[in-house]
Ligand binder design. Sequence first.
Ligand SMILES: Nc1ncnc2c1ncn2[C@@H]1O[C@H](COP(=O)(O)OP(=O)(O)OP(=O)(O)O)[C@@H](O)[C@H]1O
Ligand SMILES: [Mg+2]
Length: 372
Amino acid sequence: MAEVRLDGVVKRYRGLAHDALQETSVTFKDGLFTCILGPSGSGKTTILKLLAGIEEVTSGRIQFDGVDVTNVTPERRDVAMVFQSYALYPNMTARDNIAFPLQLRGLPRAERYRRVDDVAAMLGIGPTLDRQPRQLSGGERQRVALGRAIVREPKVFLLDEPISNLDANLRMTTREELKRIHAELKATFIYVTHDQDDASAMGDEVVVMAAGRIHQADKPSDVYHRPADRFVASFLGRLPMNFLTGTVSDGDGSMLLHGEGGLAIDLGPRANGFRTPEGQVLIGIRPESVLATRAVGATTGVVGKVTLTEVVPPDSYVTASVDGWSVRARVVEGDELQPGDSVRLRFSLRTMHFFDPSSEQRLETASVEEPS
Ligand SMILES: Nc1ncnc2c1ncn2[C@@H]1O[C@H](COP(=O)(O)OP(=O)(O)OP(=O)(O)O)[C@@H](O)[C@H]1O
Ligand SMILES: [Mg+2]
């Protein structure tokens, strides 16, 4: 087991105009399953390569359990990395591919194969062990690559999108298996993915990255419910979050939101202990938190016109135009809406996210107890 730490690490590749990794400090906790989540090119694989020691840091330090390993060779770091491209030895059977690290250690053949059988059973690839990589499907190859890492029993697992080739069902069961394997091995898992479902299904913690920078490191539910900035807010969620720049003010017992183009939304009474930032704010609200109902002769509330309908099982959504603002909303069960229909939208203060319009950082809205 090991706690893994990057301390002020920068990575610059030759020929790349920007830093692949801007100055970054982050701790991957001992024995936890941490997912690094971010779009393509954000620097996820770069972090794994630095931790594995197959790329050198440009500056900064790397520590395992408080010991500086910045200049330690990959072989002496006791980490196993499963690459995005799962490089298997093409002329070896799956069994020998998995057994290879044990052969390097000089384990006797019978012992090697016994351990391979255990790992293969764990991964459900027993029947493929006598085949060569070219005789395996992409998903099976990924499992063999995983097996080769597991059989080494390292302190740290570095997994780079190891299940991206699996179909949806197999992906789901493999996630469960990986969690089980993690619980059994109690090692530190660092798992790179661009799939938020991977992160929320497996991650004890999630590190959200974009353009070489960590935007948030938190529990999966926190990155979803309390995104640290606009990027995290927009990257997570089934459907894109709605954003609106506006001014919030305290009306007559009610919070009022004035957007551009004459849009005015009554957000309801200020909830107990909930501090709404007043003044210019960037507001984010998830489509699932805006409720759309058919508006028959409605004159109060927020009324808009449906421009688009879509189904995201089990719910239906509409996109509506309200005073020039295009907003996506969840249709209340039982209502059927068509483009052109009048729709009433309900917003709640509780489910809104408030960001500083210039820095795009989250504005704190949690209740703060004043010392008495
Ligand atoms: N050896 C290299 N030389 C130059 N630039 C590189 C090298 N490796 C990566 N990069 C660049 O560094 C940035 C980060 O790359 P990285 O592979 O870490 O991204 P990633 O988040 O893993 O993306 P993906 O999800 O597509 O795998 C990218 O802009 C990439 O083009
Ligand atoms: Mg990558």
